[in-house]
Ligand binder design. Structure first.
Ligand SMILES: Nc1nc2c(ncn2[C@@H]2O[C@@H]3COP(=O)(O)O[C@H]4[C@@H](O)[C@H](n5cnc6c(=O)[nH]c(N)nc65)O[C@@H]4COP(=O)(O)O[C@H]3[C@H]2O)c(=O)[nH]1
Length: 792
């Protein structure tokens, strides 16, 4: 390799011969001068002339020494210096290109060779434009470089072109070198593609950080202080602090005085252990407001693994937390009253049981409180009032118990109370009495003064059960017992209550089976027209022929069927069977009579009721005028407005409507007038003492008068004596029904009665109070009929 070609540096190294000659000449000239001047000064011209000759000889003799001891060492030193520079050039990682002012490349150093893919000798003579492309070509910078005086350095960013045509970003520094008569340009080229990419990447990262919705902090961990050196705009938005206000501070200022946080301790530990971590902290904005900071902290390590910085990524999750809390609240609380719901109740009771099983100190009381007749209020006054009442009850119950007790709502009108720390049984009784007492004051809601009572069932852990389910189930059974005991009382759980509940469940199961296996049958109780004494109609009464229990009375299964909804298929069967039976009697040539069929509340609320009745009539072929539907007074009044339209539709079909158990509910005269009612059936509770109790007598008289005033007829129910019949007859009651004339009969028994055209002999009544004979006669008549008496 010709080093002299590499760069312009070799121009600085003078020729050794020239140096040597110059040196000798200088010495000789000095001696000559001395020889010329000294004789003048000393006046000894001859001696000096001889000496001059000697000097010349000496100079000649000294010349090799001069060469050997001065010029050569100097030369060596210089060459070594140049060599060092040349080696430097060769070792340089930057490419060095020398080229003339005409743009012809003179040399490339090895780095430039690697960079451009040309060997030095290949590149020599090529135009610099082939390696470096810039707008306006090489001349722009070459001319600029050579334009000034002395050496100037200029930097450019160009495109480097490799031998294979690929390009890279080149950073070029050019220097113009002028040495003696040599001129050249040195270009130092650096491939800055990676740097440029890094710069771009940095820009992207910076932009990402700046535009991140997460607050980002960078702290300096080198001095152990962890002071903030950067915060992004999201941090400023999140905290309300401007960047300059927090730079140089430790981020812990965000926690304010709220130091007692478990998560803070975890954070401190993570920082101490120099590891990353995730924390949720209560932090405070500049205005003092709190926010939940979901913080992710990660250390940044240098090449040696030492932590230099921490990056903190913050996320304000206050809204999310609120939402989560709301979800948890919704999942654990009753939306209406704000009381704990079944989930939370089970959780709390479970915890109380676990704790008490361990401590075994005091029993836990569980109370099941159910409002009495709440449904009536809901149905008559509407759901708004019902809801208000439930809320008001919740408040009263809450205020009635201690802080550690739980009042929860299971739904509907059922509340459960947990008393976790019962010291004595007496405590539970006191609380139960207190709870019943909160209902002694009426509830004033939307202008209504509501009196309501509650029934409470009580179980105790561990004596009545040791699981949540068992305790709740037994409290429920006890509450049912309280209802059975006349409501508005409390009952402690006992084993036999469960037996009853179990029986109820068994009954429910067998009711399902009864429908499938057609275990129901109908009895018919005749109704007598007091004007003629003849049978004017019959009432269909359902019986359940239970395979083991025998005939089960409706009072034992109708309420359960009503509760479970089974009354709908049962009622439909009753209606069809009764219509079919009536039609069959008519077809058999018996005198036509009215068939009364009971409709339960659930059936009455069925959307397809009208259609169902129409279908039953159509399928059996019974004329609607021989059908009478019986509905209770309370059922009609519960949803009076809806009842009006349903009853009208039924009446329009030609069906008679009777109000059952009249006098037991609270009828509004206004509605009674609007209902298309044919008959009012006076409840047997008023008939029973009609002859002895003046109040009942007045009431019955009033009902009859009122019914007539409204254009309705009356039927006396449960008539058992001639005196009762006499009273009703005298006060204008149109019909009677009761054991006196006939008990409910099987279809065959009833048919026989009809065939025989049995009648009530009214002569005795017309002639005044009946004598012994006539009464006996009538009794005999009644007892001769087939009996459909129930066994249970
Ligand atoms: N102490 C006494 N009782 C008398 C006398 N005369 C009749 N009874 C009884 O009084 C009830 C009259 O029927 P209800 O008021 O409609 O009252 C009925 C009715 O509300 C309901 N029920 C009966 N059958 C059906 C039905 O098919 N569907 C629906 N939804 N309810 C029914 O069950 C209730 C009870 O029916 P039952 O046990 O058959 O009881 C019948 C009947 O046997 C009497 O002189 N003295």
């Amino acid at each position: 390799m010709d080093f002299t070609k590499i760069s312009a540096l070799h121009y600085r190294l003078p020729s050794p011969v020239r140096q040597f000659i110059v040196l000798l000449s200088i010495i000789f000239l000095i001696e000559m001068l001395l020889m010329a001047v000294l004789p003048q000064v000393t006046g000894r011209e001859v001696e000096f002339k001889d000496a001059l000759v000697d000097s010349m000889g000496l100079v000649t003799v000294a010349a090799p020494f001069l060469w050997a001891f001065i010029v050569r060492p100097l030369r060596r030193t210089a060459v070594a210096a140049v060599f060092r520079e040349e080696v430097l050039l060769r070792q340089m990682v930057d490419g060095v290109i020398t080229f003339g002012e005409d743009g012809t490349i003179r040399s490339l150093n090895p780095a430039a060779e690697r960079m451009f893919g040309y060997r030095d000798d290949e590149a020599a003579g090529m135009a610099i434009d082939c390696l470096l492309s810039a707008d306006g070509g090489y001349f722009r910078f070459a001319v600029q470089a050579s334009g000034g005086h002395g050496t100037r350095q200029l930097a450019y960013e160009l495109e480097g072109i490799r031998r294979d045509g690929s390009r890279f970003v080149a950073d070029l520094s050019v220097s113009r070198i002028v040495f003696e008569d040599h001129r050249a340009v040195i270009g130092i080229v650096r491939d800055i593609t990676a740097r440029k990419r890094d710069e771009q990447n940095l820009l992207v990262f910076k932009r990402a950080i700046e535009s991140s919705v997460n607050g980002i902090t960078i702290t300096d961990a080198t001095n152990g202080e962890n002071l903030i050196i950067y915060v992004n705009p999201a941090f400023e938005r999140m905290t309300g602090y401007a960047g300059h206000e927090v730079l140089g501070k430790n981020p812990r200022f965000l926690r304010g005085d709220d130091r007692d946080q478990v998560e803070l301790r975890k954070l401190a530990m993570a920082l101490e252990e120099r590891r990353e971590g995730y924390f949720v902290l209560r932090n405070y904005r500049k205005d003092g407001s709190q926010f939940m900071n979901e913080l992710y902290v990660a250390p940044v390590r240098d090449r040696d693994g030492a932590v230099t910085n921490y990056i903190g990524i913050m996320n304000d999750i206050s809204d999310q937390r609120r939402y989560e809390e709301q979800l948890v609240y919704q999942a654990t609380h009753d939306p209406l009253t704000g009381l704990p719901n079944r989930n939370l109740l089970q959780d709390r009771l479970g915890q109380a049981l676990a704790l008490e099983s361990f401590r075994r100190r005091n029993p836990i009381g569980v109370m099941f409180l159910d409002l009495d007749n709440f449904k009536k209020i809901n149905d008559t006054l509407g759901h708004t009032v019902g809801d208000m009442l439930l809320k008001a009850v919740a408040n009263r119950l809450r205020n009635c118990v201690r802080g550690g007790d739980t009042v929860s709502r299971l739904g509907g009108d059922e509340y459960i109370l947990i008393l976790p720390n019962v010291k004595e049984m007496h405590d539970v009784t006191t609380v139960a009495k207190k709870l019943l007492g909160v209902f002694s004051t009426p509830f004033l809601l939307m202008g209504h003064e509501l009196y309501i009572t509650a029934s409470i069932g009580i179980t105790l852990f561990p004596s009545d059960g040791d699981t949540v389910d068992a305790l709740l189930k037994n409290a429920d059974a006890a509450m049912y017992h309280a209802k059975e005991q006349g409501k508005n009382n409390y009952q402690f759980y006992s084993e036999e209550m469960n037996t009853r509940v179990f029986e109820r469940m068994a009954l429910e199961t067998s009711l399902h089976r009864a429908i499938r296996q057609h275990e129901f049958l109908l009895c018919y109780q005749p109704r007598v027209d007091l004007r003629t004494g003849r049978i004017s109609g019959v009432e269909a009464l359902v019986r359940w022929n239970h395979p083991e229990m025998g005939l089960v009375p409706p009072a034992r299964f109708i309420p359960l069927a009503e509760e479970t909804g089974l009354i709908v298929p049962i009622g439909e069967w009753v209606l069809r069977t009764a219509c079919a039976q009536n039609k069959a009697w008519q077809d058999a040539g018996l005198p036509p009579l009215r068939m009364a069929v009971n409709l339960s509340a659930r059936q009455f609320r069925q959307e397809n009721l009208i259609q169902m009745v129409a279908d039953a009539l159509a399928e059996t072929g019974l004329d609607p005028r021989w059908l009478e539907l019986e509905l209770t007074e309370s059922l009609l009044m519960e949803r009076a407005e809806q009842s009006v339209s349903i009853l009208r539709s039924l009446a329009d079909m030609g069906i008679d409507i009777a109000v059952d158990d009249f006098g037991t509910g609270y009828s509004s005269l206004g509605y009674l007038k609007r209902f298309p009612i044919t008959n009012l059936k006076i409840d047997q509770s008023f008939i029973r003492d009609i002859a002895s109790d003046p109040d009942d007598a007045i009431l019955v008289r009033t009902i009859i008068t009122m019914a007539h005033g409204l254009g309705m007829k009356t039927v006396g129910e449960g008539v058992e004596s001639l005196e009762q019949i006499d009273f009703l007859y005298r006060h204008g009651c149109e019909e009677v029904q009761g054991y006196y004339f006939s008990r409910p009969l099987t279809a065959e028994g009833c048919e026989e009665l009809l065939r025989e055209e049995r009648f009530l002999d009214l002569r005795a009544l017309r002639d005044g109070l009946p004598g012994q004979r006539s009464e006996e006669r009538i009794r005999a008549l009644a007892s001769s009929a087939d009996d459909c008496r129930v066994t249970a």
